[in-house]
Design a protein around this ligand. Sequence first.
Ligand SMILES: [Ca+2]
Ligand SMILES: [Ca+2]
Ligand SMILES: [Ca+2]
Ligand SMILES: [Ca+2]
Length: 201
Amino acid sequence: MRLGSSLLFALACVGCAAQPERSATPVVEVAAPTADPTRANGASEDTDRLDDTDRDGIPDDTDRCPSEPEDRDSFADADGCPDIDNDGDGVADASDKCPDEPENRDGFEDEDGCPETPKILAARAFKEAILASNRGDFAEARRRFEEAYRILPGDVVFFHLATTALAQGDHAAACRYYRQWSASPTAQTKPRTISALDACP
Ligand SMILES: [Ca+2]
Ligand SMILES: [Ca+2]
Ligand SMILES: [Ca+2]
Ligand SMILES: [Ca+2]
């Protein structure tokens, strides 16, 4: 019986030596540390910060504002200083609809940062002139009509100046404006008359 048991044990253990040992815990491969490609020649992060304190890519020795990062917006980006108002009109880029064109500060739509075109400014003066005329302020109306003409000359203003001067009782000026209106190309195609001034010399 003893011999038989030993034989069975021996038969059961055939190949035991060939079985590979199994580890109780999985093997984790740890990658070797690699160099930071943004850091030059193994320089430490602390060294980098010393070279470019505000980390804007412009080294401190050429950065005019080493502690303020450049705002990279394609405007004066090489000096290292942030430019929050590119056109220097007092309207910060963040709210300036025309960041590279200075506002023309004249009390009219000065907050958007865009200079108003002569057409817009003339239209505004013309509108103010009509409003002044409607309320009987002919001196202000005449001043505004003349302003509109200075900004953007247009023949039709002469007609309005003639009626306004007439309302003021300035007959000589009314005649002068009326002659300019009557001789204008616009009056030839779109005639408008002022009967009180038909007898102007
Ligand atoms: Ca810098
Ligand atoms: Ca700058
Ligand atoms: Ca601005
Ligand atoms: Ca404006």
